[in-house]
Design a protein. Sequence first.
Length: 317
Amino acid sequence: MPDNDKLLVGNHSKDDAAVYDLGNGTALISTTDFFMPIVDDPFTFGRVAAANSISDVYAMGGKPLLAIAILGWPVEKLPAAIAQQVVEGGRSICQEAGIPLAGGHSIDSPEPIFGLAVTGIVPIENLKQNNTAKAGDYLFITKPLGVGIMTTSQKRGKLSAEHAELLIKQLTTINKAGEELGKIKGVNAMTDVTGFGLLGHLVEMTGGSGLSAEISYAKLPVVNGVRDYIAQKIQPDATTRNWQSYGDKIKFEKGVNVMEAFTLLPDPQTNGGLLISVAENAVEEVQAFFKSASLSDFIEPIGRMVAQGEKLVIVNP
């Protein structure tokens, strides 16, 4: 069955959310995401899952309006009071985003599952997609990499208390900047970095836009402490699966620490940062916004979009 002609973004592209034209210059954004716990504390798990779910609306340049909860719970194994803590964690993130958690649905499931279905809105002129980058654009990212490595370290009992605090802060920080970035005309493309890792989402952006990207490995922001865990050979299982799915599209130039980069660049992120492709004439405007939005740590571009070559992503030292 063909897509509805009002469906601006659907499953014909690899974007972050579905977008439907309301016919009045605005569009509705609809998305959902959920997963099993990646942290032990139930309230924190709810916050992480909610922040991750809402991020897809921000990644389209949109404003979230409301959310409904998706909860799977092993009712014979875990008390309902713990499930309530998860939901309250999700509600707290919704409050930070300025939206209500307006209901939801729960089922009995073998393992805990939590997430949100989120509805948002965006002026069509502000809509951002992941396949509309242009040659010459500069690339920015709004959070450091390495969350998957950190969560795996936590599961193995290797994560220090100091690094655990950094991890939770990143996992629960919402990508609210996306709504304002959507208003900047020179932001040509945007997505959030999640389960496919930086390289996977950059492959989607370059492939969808008919371009390649050159990135500077030395300029990539990395969560403090991550390289200590890489040295201990800690990585999620999904890292290897990610690499197997797109490694043939990547080229590492001489001088890159390939062993480290193989662990870091395909690392699956939860509620990762926004990956933004910015026209050269809008770079200063984006950087000024970053300063005003407490994103000064990410003010330097990490690379640039170029004409499509043999490989979709070239990693320079």
